[in-house]
Design a protein around this ligand. Sequence first.
Ligand code: TXA
Ligand code: MG
Length: 308
Amino acid sequence: MTVLLSAAEVARAAQILAEGGTVAFGTETVYGLGADASSPSAAKKIFEAKGRPEGHPLIVHLASAAAFHDWVASDVDDRARVLAEAFWPGPLTLVVPHNGRVAPEVVGHRSTVGLRVPNHPLALELLAAFGGGVAAPSANRFGHVSPTTAQHVLDDLEGRIDAVLDGGPCSVGVESTIVEIAGGPPALLRAGGLPTPDIEAVLGEKLVDDTMGKSRAAGMMASHYAPNAKVVLTPNPEPTPGDAVIAPFQVDHDPAIVLPADVAGYARNLYSALRTLDVKGVSRILIAPPTQGALLAAVLDRLAKASA
Ligand code: TXA
Ligand code: MG
């Protein structure tokens, strides 16, 4: 049984984490499936619940940027600290050398750890109440679309996890931007909820694009973010019977879901739309992408993966 916890039950959620259990919680990006990041046995439960292969590193969530130094190697690049202070809490994950406090299973036995402070009041309350780091990948079955509501989490993981802390619908709706600063020049591993130009403005330098490179984020293969239906990207959807449509404009077809034309609104509602149409058992989902806006790179990346 999985218990659904309200915002008033943060202490209980923190208690479950302290006892080595699993708690899914809302963040501004997507829901995460959390467990104690210092505990190998707790981390194992995450992989089991998701059906995720071990070796895929998890993001460790912290209550504040002040906790950064509790997890990173002493010789961490100062540019990572600068980005943490500029953008946390927020949709930025920093991959940096760790100091050994994180359980090896959480980082796939790597020398680096992905760290992030989520910008969500209830998530921050939970992290502060727990006190340590919370390892949390997106709270979906491996390879599925990420969840943006507590109900989405239950749809995928009911009975497989201890609890879901209901933080309401996610405000950003796509996963965090991942930047690696670990010896080489700062590199983008995944486009996400924080626009790359904002990061480059603070750094005063361009990020190396490593989204396709050898050190790209594991778990970014094509099968990810994919609904069961075949997804086809097209600026002008011409559906036939049995198809569904997602578009940022009105479409004369049923079923169709019209998303906001602004890319932030589109991003916020995209995963929910994919899940809604997927359970209808349609054969194809024709998707018209948004055309401009700060989160365009992240949305086009997820659409490309959904259609792969
Ligand atoms: O917005 C988000 O990032 C959400 C919320 C819950 O914080 N989390 C999320 O987690 O999307 P997940 O596991 O679905 O994706 C995390 C990505 C994976 O592609 C993983 O390989 C990468 O982060 N990652 C984590 N630690 C890493 C490391 N040390 N080196 C390289 N990639 C890492
Ligand atoms: Mg994921």
